[in-house]
Design a protein around this ligand. Structure first.
Ligand code: IPM
Ligand code: MG
Length: 386
């Protein structure tokens, strides 16, 4: 019997509806295995801006610091929110128009700031995004089943550095008109620690690391490559391959099964994981874990979120796929609480329900049963109960 403190930050758009299903699954695990998950809810994103004047309040930051793990939904307002405002649940309905993601009365504050603060201030520099398409979904992908078969890869994305945080980052006036600048900066130490994380993880897998950069153009990538080579010397049992990011984007859909661990900088990781999510059939299938070095009484402290984002265009319509949020809970149990059997129970339950032919809207397929968000959650809860 263990007691685990979890901060639940459901956020905006489909965040609350998918997180609610993750919470139900956690409750089912608690009941079956005799644990106590002490869950405390708080606001983030647009909801927090409107009620508390900031994308995440000091009190909520403190709550997160005092918890053993954070269960996060999504943040972002209208179009241009997470992942360009495309719906996590229904990629085929995607809208690509970028725009301000929040246009309310406090529009100086971006909802995404909540995520950036949590990642940076809690030093969660390693973002793990595992991609292992379920056999039953091989035909749901836009990629041919033959190419997909055997795919089991893990993207390790650097999360607290690079162009997301570099200063200056601004639009400014010049005599010739406006200009904009962003700064891509990495220290050797930042690169070394994330590459090391990738090698450690590869040791428990197929012992292959692909380090992705743009060393033919960027200085930061040249340092990245050099540093990766230095780290690799400590892991003679793991093979290292360097790939340019453009080539990697191509190989991901050409030979996805050949990858084991992919390690890359913040923005490349952001882009490549949206692409890679389609290997699993839909963005609505992919969980993620963000980890640092802080240990709690139970394991590594971490933030857990589906990769799909707030998908405001389908919010509140029972169309969102809760599987990413549910698999996110499994990652939390595995990495932050060391509850491996419980994590497997969730993953097994999801797989059984998908195999039984249940699908949410994003995975609609001839001859399969399309169910809503809550019903998908209920089915998985029943399967967890066994
Ligand atoms: C992600 C998202 C975020 C990111 C957005 C919401 C800022 O796309 O987690 O992949 O770019 O990191
Ligand atoms: Mg993204």
């Amino acid at each position: 019997m263990g007691t685990y403190a979890i901060a639940v930050l459901a956020g905006d758009g489909i965040g609350p509806e998918v997180t609610a299903q993750g919470v139900r699954v956690l409750e089912a695990v608690a009941e079956r295995f005799g644990h106590y998950f002490k869950m405390t809810e708080a606001l983030v994103g647009v909801a927090a801006i409107e009620a508390e004047g900031d994308a995440i309040s000091h009190a909520t930051m403190r709550l997160c610091q005092e918890s053993d793990a954070i269960l996060f939904g999504a943040v972002g307002g209208r179009s241009g929110g997470r992942s360009g405002g495309r719906s996590g649940g229904v990629p085929r309905m995607g809208r690509d128009k970028a725009g301000p993601s929040y246009e309310g009365p406090h529009s100086g504050v971006q909802p995404e700031r909540a995520l950036f603060r949590l990642r940076k201030e809690l030093a969660l520099y390693a973002n793990l995004r595992p991609i292992r398409p379920f056999d039953a979904l091989l035909n749901a992908s836009t990629i041919k089943a033959d190419i997909l078969r055997g795919t089991d890869l893990l993207v390790v994305r650097e999360l607290t550095g690079g162009i997301y945080y570099g200063k200056p980052s601004e639009i400014r006036e010049t005599a010739q008109g406006l200009e904009a600048i962003d700064t891509l900066v990495y220290t050797e130490a930042e690169i070394a620690r994330i590459v090391r994380t990738a090698f450690e993880l590869a040791r428990d897998r197929r012992k292959k690391v692909a380090s992705v950069d743009k060393a033919n153009v960027l200085s930061s990538s040249r340092l990245w490559r050099r540093t990766a080579d230095l780290v690799a010397a400590d892991y003679p049992d793991v093979t290292l391959e360097h790939l340019l990011v453009d080539a990697c984007a191509m190989h991901l859909i050409r030979r996805p099964a050949s990858f084991d661990v992919i390690v890359t900088e913040n923005m490349f990781g952001d882009i490549l994981t949206d692409e890679a999510s389609m290997l699993a059939g839909s963005m609505g299938m992919l969980p993620s874990a963000s980890l640092g070095t802080r240990h709690t009484a139970h394991g590594l402290f971490g933030l857990y979120e589906p990769i799909h984002g707030s998908a405001p265009d389908i919010a509140g319509q029972e169309k969102a796929n809760p599987i990413a949020a549910i698999l996110t809970v499994a990652l939390m149990l595995r990495y932050s609480f060391n509850l491996k059997e419980e994590a497997r129970a969730i993953e097994g339950a999801v797989e059984r329900i998908v195999e039984a032919g249940y699908r949410t809207e994003d995975l609609r397929e001839e001859g399969k049963k399309v169910v809503g968000t809550k019903e998908m959650g209920r089915l998985i809860v029943e399967a967890v109960r066994g």
